[in-house]
Design a protein around this ligand. Structure first.
Ligand code: DC
Length: 298
């Protein structure tokens, strides 16, 4: 149901029912730009069964049973270190979907090129090198997230190194590399029930994805997040180095000729600068729910 509030904001509300028969009303109110959801909480839940102070976790548990029975494809795009992978992983876990980090695939190719000293400006050499590359994601332990393998070697840690980070955007700008990886990504998403994060997922890899999210965050927030992540992994990089790397990658990623990073027209933008992990997940799940309810209503 489409509604307009007295102050001109538009939104949708729908009656929803959980798998255990509880009924409630979900309302989504958006400010001026229909595809933008800004941190000032443009979303309102009014499910009647929520106690006023229900925790985020409880809300998430409540949302999931309703939206897991019909699998969709979720594309998560955005700039470097915006929390795309964190959100995509959390969504996949909540919905029991497959998570694919497409950036890890570009990083694995970059690692191979660096090790083999492939001249990235020589298309013949690039093609020959690609023939020798096999990338897979494997679960080392049950319930754990899959890690990246390059030709049967676990490279999860090495693909996050400074060297790879500094070269990956150049490698990702090569059309042959993109064609090679996009074909594999599309094959992985055939069965739906997938959350993939990257730069061109909503525009090129899955242009028909039922839900496209475009994640943004302020540069200082992104720098701090990457800094914390690298510290946890024991990788030494200073904040200025990280910020310079993020900005340079964004520049190359958004200005390259082949499938540049851009928001798909039908993507929903989420600025998560002031959102914590649970709030970001809750917001994204509300969009999954909206898509699912719309599909069920035909
Ligand atoms: O998400 P990430 O930072 O790990 O991605 C590494 C690089 O790979 C990034 O600089 C751009 C590129 N990339 C891309 O061009 N297309 C994708 N779908 C994913 C990543």
């Amino acid at each position: 149901m489409d509604d307009e509030t007295s102050d001109g904001k538009r939104g949708t509300s729908s009656i929803v029912q959980s798998s255990d028969g509880k009924r409630g009303t979900s309302s989504i109110v958006q400010s001026s730009d229909a595809n933008r959801s800004i941190v000032n909480r443009s979303i309102v839940f009014t499910e009647k069964n929520f106690a006023p102070r229900t925790s985020h976790l409880a809300r998430i548990r409540y949302l999931c049973p309703m939206i897991t029975h019909e699998k969709i494809t979720i594309a998560v795009d955005g700039f470097a270190s915006c929390g795309k992978s964190t959100l995509a992983k959390d969504l996949a876990k909540s919905l029991q979907y497959t998570f694919i980090d497409s950036g890890a695939m570009y990083r694995a190719v970059t690692l191979y090129f660096l090790r083999q000293e492939v001249n990235i400006y020589d298309t013949e050499e690039v093609s020959k090198a690609l023939e020798k590359i096999s990338i897979s994601f494997r679960h080392l332990e049950e319930g754990e997230l899959a890690v990246t393998f390059l030709n049967d070697e676990n490279v999860e840690r090495e693909i996050r190194s400074k060297d790879v980070s500094e070269n990956v955007s150049l490698v990702a700008a090569i059309s042959k590399v993109r064609r090679f990886l996009v074909a594999q990504q599309q094959a992985m998403g055939k069965e739906k029930g997938i959350v993939m994060d990257g730069r061109d997922i909503g525009t090129v890899v899955f242009p028909d994805a039922e839900l496209k999210l475009f994640i943004t965050a302020q540069i200082d927030v992104r720098t701090q997040r990457r800094f914390d992540e690298l510290q946890r992994k024991g990788i030494e990089m200073t904040r200025p180095q990280i910020e310079a790397n993020l900005q340079e990658r964004d520049r190359i990623d958004s200005t390259r000729k082949d499938s540049p990073l851009k928001k798909a027209e039908d993507a929903i933008e989420i600025d998560n600068s002031a959102l914590n992990r649970a709030e970001q997940l809750e917001l994204a799940l509300s969009y999954v729910k909206r898509v699912t309810v719309e599909r069920l209503n035909g």
